[in-house]
Write a protein that binds this ligand. Structure first.
Ligand code: ZN
Length: 156
């Protein structure tokens, strides 16, 4: 099995979307060597609601209003080099298991310290990180807002 890629997309205003995918070697190289740390999400949208009258925008007569998407369904997530406004930024956890050792590599972008702590806690609770690895990674990111932390441990 190849490395696993687990990302959380956080845009700071609209909350958080979690994603998880199998990462190819090429995808891993884009992240680690070429600095692709942004995620661009694709959604299917059923339509828009008008922010003034709350009707279907196709059927109301307002113009120049905010459109509220409805029926949002996530379709795909792509890696991008430079996350722009409205694009999500990824914290990436890569897990490899080789010769009875598990290697964790956490690549993190600058974000609120509380947000990152919560993401690390989530990974611990969902069984993706061991408690020792979670502690090491948390300490690293307490001191640095963004960067990369590696940790390896023996497994049974
Ligand atoms: Zn309207």
């Amino acid at each position: 099995m190849g490395p696993l890629f687990r990302a959380q997309m956080v845009d700071g205003t609209e909350g958080e979307i979690q994603g998880e995918m199998q990462l190819t070697e090429k995808g891993l190289r884009l992240i680690t060597k070429r600095g692709y740390r942004g995620l661009s999400a694709e959604f299917d949208i059923d339509g828009y609601t008008c922010s003034v009258c709350n009707q279907d925008y196709e059927e109301c007569s307002h113009e120049n209003v905010a459109l509220i998407p409805k029926g949002l369904t996530g379709r795909a997530v792509g890696l991008v080099p430079n996350p722009a406004a409205g694009t999500y930024v990824a914290d990436v956890l890569v897990i490899r298991t080789k010769r009875k050792r598990r290697h964790y590599r956490w690549i993190g972008y600058a974000s609120g310290a509380g947000t990152r702590s919560r993401r690390i806690q989530d990974k611990l609770e969902s069984g993706h990180l061991s408690s020792v690895a979670a502690t090491v990674i948390s300490k690293y990111f307490l001191a640095r807002k963004s960067g990369e932390c590696r940790y390896s441990e023996r497994i049974q």
